[in-house]
Design a protein around this ligand. Structure first.
Ligand code: C2E
Ligand code: CA
Ligand code: CA
Ligand code: CA
Length: 279
């Protein structure tokens, strides 16, 4: 019993205690952030092979009252563990719909589609479909303006259920993109059953595409695969003109990455929508 007591003490070593406290503080802050609507959407432009803006990915940022701007790497995993991701994701969808509506009223943005990340817990919520459709109709937004980004693991974990949910939204006009494609384990036969519109080539393959022959083969294969499945293909994390040139030469149609623009706040993105910019 004594030895166990000592082990217990070890558990409360200062470093661990610090980490636990930081975590529980973050969890509390996260709860309050949802009530105070501290989550804001940033937008990362997506362009075609001529550098014309064709869409944007919506990426969440947390405007923390004390810590300032916090990226999703620091809170999305915790939001997923604590079940707060549903509420956060809903706020992202709502902000996005509200902005599309606002831009439409100002005559900017045309018919550009916005791609919103959806996490597993959010997607599996039986109320998800209704939630999305209610938001679209409340803001009077054309469902074709929204594209939902799903990951392979999310879809493969429950392929039947995923196809059903996707089909219901697809029937209303929403689009679907397979995020981080190539990093999961979906097979070609599973892939062709999914009502997808786009594959997004993961950044990890784009990174060394001009120097690593394996990555070059993978990227070519994904582009060919998307073509044979009748899907659009977008390369993520494009940082150099050489990467872009390789991708263009191999038939990739859409691009996203720091070479064109980092994720920007709504005001900055509005300026891009307003003026004729090429990237
Ligand atoms: P992701 O969906 O793969 O998003 C792309 C990430 O790559 C973004 O990081 C973006 O800023 C970054 N990125 C874009 N271009 C480049 C580039 O050229 N080079 C490099 N090195 N990075 C680039 P971010 O915004 O920190 O988001 C990280 C992840 O957090 C996202 O990965 C996504 O999984 C998740 N996330 C972001 N927003 C949301 C959201 O609203 N809901 C959910 N569920 N997850 C989100
Ligand atoms: Ca994404
Ligand atoms: Ca991605
Ligand atoms: Ca690599």
């Amino acid at each position: 019993a004594k030895a166990r007591g000592r082990n217990r003490l070890c558990f409360f070593e200062p470093a661990i205690q610090d980490a636990l406290m930081r975590r529980s503080r973050l969890e509390n802050d996260l709860r309050e952030a949802i009530d105070r609507e501290e989550f804001v959407p940033f937008f990362q432009p997506q362009v075609d092979d001529e550098g014309t803006l064709v869409g944007a990915e919506v990426l969440v940022r947390w405007i923390h009252p004390k810590a300032g701007l916090i990226g999703p790497g620091e809170f999305v995993p915790l939001a997923e563990e604590t079940g707060l991701i549903g509420a956060m994701g809903r706020q992202m969808l709502e902000c996005t719909c509200a902005l599309i509506k606002k831009w439409e009223a100002e005559g900017i943005g045309g018919s550009l589609a916005l791609a919103v990340n959806v996490s597993a817990a959010q997607f599996r919520d039986p109320l998800f479909v209704k939630q999305v459709l209610d938001l679209l109709s409340h803001y009077g937004v054309d469902p074709g303006r929204l594209k939902l980004e799903l990951t392979e693991s999310l879809v493969i974990d429950d392929i039947q259920g995923s196809i059903r949910t996707m089909n219901r939204l697809k029937a209303e006009g929403l689009g679907f993109s397979m995020d981080d494609f190539g990093t999961g384990y979906s097979s070609l036969s599973q892939l062709k059953r999914l009502p997808l519109d786009q594959l997004k080539i993961d950044r990890s393959f784009v990174e060394d595409v001009t120097s690593d022959p394996n990555d070059a083969v993978i990227v070519r294969t994904i582009i060919a695969m998307s073509r044979s499945l009748g899907l659009d293909v977008l390369a993520e994390g494009v940082e150099t003109p050489e990467q872009r040139a390789f991708l263009v030469a191999n038939g990739c149609q859409a691009f996203q990455g720091f070479l064109f623009s980092p994720p920007v706040d709504a005001r900055t993105f509005e300026d891009m929508l307003g003026g004729p910019v090429t990237f």
